[in-house]
Design a protein around this ligand. Structure first.
Ligand SMILES: Nc1ccn([C@H]2C[C@H](O)[C@@H](COP(=O)(O)O)O2)c(=O)n1
Ligand code: ZN
Length: 159
C-alpha cells in the first residue's frame, strides 16, 4: 500500500534549506537556501558563510562595533551562495526555498538570475529597509514570494 504521509515538495525542499543552514558558522543567524527547477529537481544549495579562501577562524563574526570588525562586509549570503554554487544550467524559471526572506542585495541577484518564485521560512527582518527594498523589486519584476506553510511535521530552525 502506498504511504500517504510522505513529504510534500515544499516540506522536502524547505527541509533541505533548513539542513543547509546548519552548515553556517554564524552564531546569530544561520540561513539556508535551495534552488529548484520546474521539474522539481534541485539545482543548487547554499548557506551563509565567509567567501572561499577567507578562513572562518580569521574573520570577524561580530554584529556590532566598527564596520570592518563585523561580519557584515564579508559574509556571503545563503541565496547568493546558492546562485553561485550551481554547477550547470540556467536558473530561469526556478524557485528558491530560503529560511530567511532575502535582503536587497540578494534580491538583485535573484532577479538577474531568472528565479521567479521565493518560498521563505521566516521574515524576522520584515521591518528593515533591506526587506522593504527587496519587496519593491520583487513586486516590480513579478517575482512571487510566499511564506512557507508550516505543517504538523516537526521542522525547526533556531533563528
Ligand atoms: N536573507 C539573508 C539574510 C541574512 N543572511 C545572513 C547574513 C549574516 O550572516 C546573517 C545575518 O546576521 P544577523 O544580522 O541576523 O546577526 O544572515 C543571509 O544569508 N540571507
Ligand atoms: Zn542577502
Amino acid at each position: 500500500m502506498k504511504r500517504d504521509d510522505y513529504l510534500s515538495w515544499d516540506e522536502y525542499f524547505m527541509g533541505i534549506a533548513l539542513l543547509s543552514a546548519q552548515r553556517s558558522k554564524d552564531s546569530n543567524t544561520q540561513v539556508g537556501a535551495c534552488i529548484v527547477n520546474q521539474e522539481h529537481k534541485i539545482v543548487s544549495v547554499g548557506y551563509n558563510g565567509m567567501p572561499t579562501g577567507c578562513n572562518d577562524d580569521d574573520m570577524p563574526w561580530e554584529r556590532e562595533g566598527d564596520f570592518l570588525n563585523t561580519k557584515y562586509p564579508f559574509v556571503c549570503h545563503a541565496e547568493l551562495n546558492a546562485i553561485l554554487n550551481r554547477s550547470a544550467g540556467s536558473l530561469q524559471g526556478c524557485s528558491l526555498y530560503v529560511t530567511l526572506f532575502p535582503c536587497n542585495e540578494c534580491a538583485k541577484a535573484i532577479i538577474q538570475s531568472g528565479i521567479r518564485e521565493i518560498i521563505y521560512y521566516d521574515n524576522k527582518y520584515a521591518d528593515s529597509d533591506a526587506t522593504k527594498a527587496s519587496q519593491r523589486m520583487f513586486l516590480l519584476t513579478g517575482v512571487t514570494c510566499r511564506p512557507y506553510h508550516h505543517t504538523e511535521r516537526q521542522m525547526t530552525l533556531v533563528l
